[in-house]
Design a protein around this ligand. Structure first.
Ligand SMILES: Nc1ncnc2c1ncn2[C@@H]1O[C@H](COP(=O)(O)OP(=O)(O)O)[C@@H](O)[C@H]1O
Ligand SMILES: N[C@@H](CC(=O)OP(=O)(O)O)C(=O)O
Length: 456
């Protein structure tokens, strides 16, 4: 049995959905089909999820968002008309959306999750109807009926272990299940979405739940590339990589696959294959537990922006027992998570995602560090990017860091921070955001300049 997930680019139009139907029909092992909301039809288009966020936020703010509602309906209407699906489905989708807009308005988090999730939910119903019209035994299944139980933080659902006791039963379901990605339900019955890009997570949970032989993640590229193709021209294709390598790279900016989606697959040992809906016959990229690495210690280079640094200097900091704990307690009191904390003997930097910080919070943090920790200097800098060099071969290869820093020096990129994970499967370099693309290009040239097109 296989789980096949089709991202927004694969279900963005009638033409794309016909390709999805052909892919499903050609392999009867594709038992569960996870679908996202319609994505972009071209680079200037909008994802339905983004249209729904606009709709929900405007409705909450002003109570009126009719044109935004019609923009969402028009996406489904154009697909349904071209696929010649029964007209009732648009009426059903409109009724559903209006009901969601009228419910949970007192709780913005729950309200927005319901609006966002309608994109996937209604697309799954529409695609199930189309698949049935082609003669396939396909049925829509709602995550609540499937038992996809998740924690209740809006926009940040985490699957609950007890969900797997229910999901295994899907193995006995007749025909093909069409399953909306991106959300589950709390034990209290509240709809909760995963973070953005979360349909990948749904697919991984279901693959783990039914103990699938393979989790296929269909997108719009032939493979996972060694660098973002929007940053490096025609990067080499990766044919095989480990869960750990993909998790590091997708955490650090490879938006082709959600980093949290690897955890359920890794825990149950489900192989993942990233494939192209527009070119399904290619082998794609296999993501597995182990791989041999011979030719290149590095398998990929990623970059993610939107980081801030809280810089703290205090003479003899390294001699003060508990300084680190007290510093992190200040962040914990503000509900902040951090990513890296490189330290010297008299200074330390806490690197965290910028979106967490408000101006008031920054003032409170600086004030507390100065007055409670008696720091000699403390300030916060914004607009950093983290550039990640990843490869299972790095931990027994001498000189990777030297090659990386030399490459950045040649590109005149200043390194603000360097951090090697204890696993040695990744090396993180902090640079200013405006240098990030140049850094990725310089590192790619250093580690892949002589490559012949693919990494085995
Ligand atoms: N290393 C990478 N390899 C392949 N694609 C990448 C990589 N980094 C970023 N991408 C981008 O990810 C896109 C696919 O992800 P996404 O837009 O979420 O697709 P989907 O709509 O299928 O979910 C690709 O079109 C590509 O532009
Ligand atoms: N549609 C949701 C969930 C998702 O995973 O979408 P996609 O498969 O297009 O990345 C989002 O945009 O976040």
């Amino acid at each position: 049995m296989k789980v096949a997930k089709f991202g927004g680019s694969s279900v963005a139009s009638a033409e794309q959905i016909r390709k999805v139907a052909a892919i499903i029909s050609e392999d009867h092992d594709r038992k569960i089909v996870v679908v996202s909301a319609p994505g972009k039809r071209d680079k200037n288009d909008s994802k339905v999820t983004d249209l729904l966020i606009e709709l929900g936020e405007l409705s909450l703010a002003t109570g009126e968002a009719e044109s935004e509602l019609q923009a969402v309906l028009e996406r489904y209407r154009s697909i349904a008309e071209e696929l010649k699906i029964d007209g009732d489905i648009i009426t059903l989708i409109e009724t559903d959306l209006r009901e969601r807009l009228a419910t949970n308005r007192h709780n913005p988090g729950v309200f927005m999750d319901s609006i966002k999730a309608s994109g996937e939910d209604n697309n799954a119903k529409l695609i199930a109807a189309y698949l049935k019209s082609t003669g396939l035994n396909a049925t829509y299944l709602n995550p609540k009926d499937a038992g996809l139980l998740v924690s209740d933080e809006p926009g940040n659902a985490q699957v609950l272990p007890e969900a797997y006791d229910q999901l295994i039963k899907l193995r006995d379901h007749e025909g093909v299940i069409v399953f909306p990605g991106f959300f589950g339900y709390s034990p209290e019955g509240t709809l909760v979405t995963f973070p953005r890009g979360g349909s990948d997570i749904t697919g991984a949970i279901l693959a783990a739940g039914i103990q699938a032989e393979l989790y296929e993640n269909f997108t719009d590229v032939d493979s996972v590339y060694a660098a973002n193709p929007n940053v490096v021209n025609e990067p080499v294709e990766i044919k095989r990589m480990t869960y750990r390598e993909m998790r590091e790279l997708s955490y650090a900016g490879f938006s082709v696959f959600h980093d949290e989606a690897l955890i359920p697959a890794f825990r149950k040992g489900i192989p993942v294959c990233v494939k192209n809906t527009n070119n399904p016959s290619t082998s794609g990229t296999m993501i597995i537990a182990e791989r041999e690495y011979f030719f290149n210690p590095v398998i990929g280079i990623a970059a993610d922006d939107g980081f801030s640094t809280i810089y703290v200097r205090k003479y003899l900091m390294n001699r003060e027992v508990g300084f680190g704990r007290r510093l992190l307690q200040i962040l914990e009191d503000e509900g902040l998570s951090y990513e890296h904390i490189p330290s010297g003997i008299d200074d330390t930097s806490v690197i965290l995602r910028e979106h967490q910080l408000t101006d008031e919070m920054q003032e409170r943090i600086i004030d507390r560090i100065k007055n409670e920790l008696h720091a000699d200097d403390v300030y916060i800098e914004k607009d950093f990017s983290m550039v990640m060099i990843v490869g299972e071969g790095m931990h027994n290869t001498v000189g990777v860091s030297a090659r990386a820093t030399a490459a950045l020096a040649r590109a005149h990129v200043n390194i603000e921070m360097i951090n090697q994970g204890s696993s040695e499967v990744s090396l993180v370099l902090g640079v200013h955001q405006e240098d990030a693309d140049r850094a990725v290009q310089a590192l790619y040239e250093e580690f892949f300049g002589a490559s012949d097109g693919t990494i085995q």
